[in-house]
Design a protein around this ligand. Structure first.
Ligand code: C5P
Length: 245
């Protein structure tokens, strides 16, 4: 998926616990990062008002709430998410085709009245899961196969992309084609710093984009830096130098 400039690909995870901290961080990366990710902790603390404030400040907001419920409830949640002005929202692909179709439909319907069409993506297999855990839940097929199956299901249901580990992007890109959005966290190394924190399978920013990521999600390497703006700029420089457009 092509974006107009390399910085568009960088989504900064606002993994902080107050609206004030989130706004401060958003101010620091304004004009550099292509989007801001609001996850369930920040959303639970600060709510839709914060999302609206970020949207009103001109930011693209990825509302990472990973909806997973019966189709009707997910459709209503997606409708509410679109009305916050969020640019990207997600649901668990393991919720099934009917649930994802309901999400896609709700997003299109809400877009018709708000004039804003969000990018709706599916979460494949959480990167915290391994094959043994997957088996415990009754999924017998190998993990990479399960990721690809869920990505294809998401695409067939009308979603525009998936969240996946950087190690899965190449296979998903091959199977789902050039226009499918692949969003990858677990970015470390090169300009994203050497401290892996709790991320086990990581990849550098440029390498992740090269293997097929449309967007990279980076949290602690930016939030934890003494100068978050400079840290974000270094990642965008790495993408630019590597000719990722
Ligand atoms: O700080 P770090 O760069 O590891 O942040 C990555 C962000 O992406 C966090 O918000 C984390 O919750 C999220 N994420 C992840 N792995 C997934 C899905 C989401 O790290 N599989």
């Amino acid at each position: 998926m092509s974006t107009s400039n390399p910085g568009d690909r960088l989504l900064v995870a606002l993994d902080v616990d107050t609206a004030e901290r989130a706004i401060a961080l958003a101010d620091q990366v304004r004009g550099i990062a292509g989007g801001l990710k609001v996850g369930s902790r920040l959303f639970t603390m600060a709510g839709p008002d914060l999302v609206r404030r970020l949207v009103d400040s001109g930011a693209r907001v990825f509302l990472d709430l990973k909806f997973h419920d019966i189709p009707n409830t997910v459709a209503q949640a997606v409708d509410a998410a679109v009305r916050t002005g969020a640019w990207m929202i997600n649901v668990h692909a393991s919720g099934g085709s009917a649930m994802m179709q309901a999400a896609a439909r709700a997003a299109a319907d809400a877009a018709a009245s708000t004039g804003r069409q969000p990018v709706v993506i599916g979460v494949t297999v959480l990167t915290s899961m391994d094959e043994a855990m997957l088996k415990q839940t009754g999924v017998a097929r190998p993990l990479p196969e399960q990721v690809l199956t869920l990505a294809q299901m998401a695409q067939a249901a009308g979603l525009q992309g998936v969240v996946a580990s950087p190690h899965e992007t190449a296979a998903i890109r091959r199977v789902c084609g050039p226009d499918f959005a692949i969003v990858t966290p677990g970015i470390r190394g090169a300009s994203a710093g050497q401290d892996k924190n709790d991320q086990a399978r990581t990849m550098g920013p440029a390498e992740a984009v090269k293997t097929g990521a449309s967007y990279i999600v980076v949290g602690r390497p930016i939030i934890g830096a003494s100068n978050p703006r400079a840290a974000a700029a270094a990642i965008v420089d790495e993408l630019t130098l590597n000719g990722e457009q």
